[in-house]
Design a protein around this ligand. Structure first.
Ligand SMILES: [Ca+2]
Ligand SMILES: [Ca+2]
Ligand SMILES: [Ca+2]
Ligand SMILES: [Ca+2]
Length: 479
């Protein structure tokens, strides 16, 4: 037994490259029986508590990994322990006339069994792989799982052989598409369009489903607001905490142009939402009027203007001016330490920062750069912060292809003062003072999973906290 446990503990070490991990001693919290009990309590496991990490248990590991959006595999890692402890079943659309139903989440490759409008069980699935094939009528079609609102139409108990193969306990919800047991439920969509369940889950569901039961099949909405309740925690190491009340906050932008302002970095923030700008505008933030409050600015690529506002509320811009060249990236900070943030430029074609310490005149242009310097490589994304706590903002660049992050504490040509790795390809970076110690550090928002990872030091290593914020677009720091 000890041998198996050690192997289990050693199997998977990294979540998204964020976690510097050392093999822990096997203890009671990582025994297979203990994991089975905990996974059962959270709705991921329906088998016996037998201490054996067989196929059914491994599929429960997979189901959990699919559901929380970490690397999909059939093994457990101690780095998942905290996620399981803090896991809260997702908030799903409340359907008042359908308290008992099935929801199929094609994005995460899981199926939820819902009773009394609450998620009871989470099943690993494999849906349509999107590949072309020839159907039973000889027609060329694509292996897509139909999305929409359905009801179970008919059921065959046990084995059914269809044109495309073997189905176990199929529950047809539209045409030839069924929820059914299969001997192959991999990490990814692999079917011709049916929703594959494991054989044992399909047996377990025999007493749970019925003809006429509602089935909803969907992808997670991209940018239509948080899909999960704010308290659906994915905590790594708990809340960032703010001992002195001087911590920065964040606002997330969705694809519809709405901002969600968190009142604090915690798993239960009060969130205010407001619309500002147009869908597709690039947000940033700064204290434009020197009142100590960072508020939103937007860059609208289609007309080349920036729009600055002095409160984080719905309304029109307080100051507007023409910005830079097409392709320039706006950034804002207090680069001269006078208490006012101004809008400057990162020009990716030159990998060059153009620093401007005055705001452009309302209705006019941005103004001439006071100085410039080269920093970064093609593809890098700039960000701003006071990384050494001296009251003056400087810049960093984030390399989304590798997660490498480079920071400067002076605004001049020359090498980085700090270099470290944080995040995954595709992450959105932002800097802020998350713990109130006066120094800005990095955080990344991962659009693919809707998780915001916060770090309190500018070093390689694990995130200090992680928050499930839902499927949004961008993040900005607000203090
Ligand atoms: Ca202000
Ligand atoms: Ca300034
Ligand atoms: Ca500084
Ligand atoms: Ca800090």
């Amino acid at each position: 037994m000890l041998r198996r446990l050690t192997h289990l503990a050693l199997t998977v070490t990294l979540i998204f490259g964020l976690v510097a991990w050392a093999p822990p001693e096997a203890d009671a919290s990582t025994t297979v029986a203990n994991l089975q009990t905990r996974l059962k309590a959270k709705g991921f496991y329906r088998g016996a508590i037998d201490g054996i990490a067989g196929a059914q248990t491994q599929q429960a590991f997979m189901a959990f990994r699919k559901e929380v959006g970490v690397t999909r595999s059939f093994s457990w890692s101690s780095s998942l322990d905290g996620l399981l402890r803090d896991y809260v079943r997702p908030w799903l659309p409340y359907r008042h006339d359908e308290p008992d139903r099935v929801e199929v989440n094609l994005s995460r490759q899981v199926m939820y069994l819902i009773r009394g409008n609450k998620v009871q069980q989470v099943f690993p699935i494999s849906s349509g792989n999107g590949q072309p094939y020839t159907n039973s009528f000889g027609k060329f079609t694509n292996a897509r799982t139909p999305t929409g609102d359905f009801k179970i139409q008919r059921h065959v108990r046990g084995e059914r052989i269809s044109y495309l193969g073997f189905l176990w306990n199929p529950w047809y919800f539209t045409g030839g598409y069924a929820l059914h047991g299969s001997s192959s439920v991999p990490a990814y969509p692999a079917s011709h369009g049916c929703v594959r369940l494991t054989m044992w889950d399909s047996d377990w569901l025999e007493s749970q489903l019925w003809v006429g039961m509602p089935v909803h099949v969907w992808y997670e909405p991209a940018g239509v607001g948080p899909t999960f309740a704010p308290n659906a925690d994915l905590g790594i190491g708990g809340s960032a905490g703010c001992p002195n009340g001087n911590c920065d906050r964040v606002a997330f932008q969705d694809r519809g142009g709405r901002f969600y302002l968190w009142d604090q970095l915690s798993h239960n923030p009060a969130i205010s939402a407001f619309f500002y700008g147009n869908p597709g505008d690039t947000p940033f933030s700064g204290d434009w009027n020197g009142d100590g409050q960072k508020t939103l600015g937007l860059y609208r690529r289609s007309d080349g203007y920036v729009y600055l506002r002095n409160s984080n509320t719905q309304g029109v811009a307080n100051i507007t001016f023409y910005f830079g060249n097409p392709g320039d990236i706006p950034l804002a900070g207090d680069f001269d330490g006078d208490g006012y943030d101004t809008v400057s430029i990162y020009r990716p074609s030159e990998q060059r920062f153009y620093i401007i310490n005055k705001l452009g005149a309302d209705g006019g242009g941005l103004g001439a750069a006071e100085f410039s310097f080269q920093f970064g490589a093609p593809g890098d994304v700039p960000f701003v912060g006071d990384f050494d706590g001296n009251g003056t903002d400087t810049v960093g660049v984030y390399r989304p292809s590798t997660g490498q992050t480079f920071i400067k504490n002076t605004l001049a040509d020359g090498p980085a003062d700090l270099a470290f790795v944080f995040g995954n390809p595709g992450d959105r970076i932002v800097a802020g003072d998350w713990n109130g110690d006066g120094r800005d550090t990095v955080a990344v928002y991962r659009p693919t999973t809707g998780v915001f990872y916060v770090k309190n030091s500018n070093t390689t290593g694990a995130a200090d906290a992680a928050f499930d914020v839902g499927y949004l677009q961008s993040v900005v720091t607000i203090d």
